[in-house]
Design a protein around this ligand. Structure first.
Ligand SMILES: [Zn+2]
Length: 286
């Protein structure tokens, strides 16, 4: 199974130390599993003001301007840098074509200024991606969208619909494609499904979750992983949020990977490399 580890990377200032131990922590897992673990860091550069749903957003979206030196080094070490965008305007959700275009374009321009090359991979805030997003990604030269949350179970369907209603029309049809082992390629954009249910996920956006509950959730996540594997899906995305990681959770992640590796040999791959591999053999599993 090919795993794209995708960080929804949302703020940097004041969290530098945390980012350092996260990177170190993944290096330890690399050694323990004898695997290379490159990560796609999807960076947010937000100029929409306050995040509508979370107060912590006050400092968010400073990755490209404030974290550029840190992430430049990670890029040199073999990690991928992409972008992460929440579609907001003046504190409210706004998924219109114009607003999505404005935000993706702004992020891209700042990204190029900071890193000297154009981003190829994208993941939407709250995993949002619709027809407009796909069109804009194409127009702006992106190759991969790591947003899809396939509705592979009733539980997931309920969670997603309860969380943000717009998800329903975005992902309702996607699972069929993944299930038939066809990578979902729309207008030249490779769509990579997220395997881990954000509701039961130890990488989740919630930092307050108890460690006991985390154990239960890890078992559920393992079932999700097994489910994907049984369906013959050969690549998937595991998202995580640096702000919600704690050291205790990190050791759980390590255990989780070790268990997954027993079900199916893991290969960690950057989103852009997955695209290249897919392009080389479009009708086969990558
Ligand atoms: Zn986000």
């Amino acid at each position: 199974m090919k795993i794209c580890l995708v960080s929804h990377t949302e703020n940097f200032k004041g969290n530098e130390e945390k980012y350092r131990w996260i990177v170190e922590g993944f290096k330890e897992i690399e050694e323990e599993l004898s695997l290379n673990i490159p990560i796609t860091w999807a960076l947010e550069e937000d100029d929409t003001g306050l995040h509508p749903l979370e107060i912590r957003a006050r400092n968010r979206g400073d990755l490209i301007t404030h974290g550029s030196d840190f992430f430049k080094r990670l890029h040199l070490e073999g990690h991928e840098l992409g972008i992460h965008v929440h579609f907001v305007k003046e504190g409210k959700l706004d998924f219109s074509y114009l607003n999505q275009k404005r935000l993706i374009k702004n992020a891209k321009v700042k990204f190029i200024k900071a890193f000297g090359f154009a981003p190829k991979s994208f993941v939407g805030g709250w995993w949002h991606s619709d027809e407009f997003t796909t069109k804009i990604l194409r127009e702006e030269g992106f190759l991969v969208d790591a947003s899809p949350l396939p509705l592979y179970s009733e539980k997931r369907r309920r969670w997603i619909l309860g969380k943000i209603p717009t998800f329903s029309r975005i992902v309702a049809s996607d699972w069929r494609h993944f299930k038939s082992r066809i990578p979902l390629l729309k207008e030249g954009i490779l769509k990579v499904p997220n395997a881990i249910d954000p509701r039961v996920d130890f990488f989740s956006v919630s930092k307050t979750i108890s460690l006991d509950l985390l154990d239960t959730q890890m078992m559920e996540s393992l079932e999700v992983f097994r489910h994907f594997q049984e369906e013959g899906i050969t690549f998937l995305c595991i998202p995580f949020h640096p702000h919600s990681l704690t050291r205790e959770k990190f050791s759980k992640i390590k255990t989780f990977f070790i268990r997954c590796n027993k079900i199916d040999k893991l290969e960690f791959i950057r989103l852009q490399d997955l695209y290249e591999r897919w392009r080389g053999a479009p009708n086969q599993d990558v």
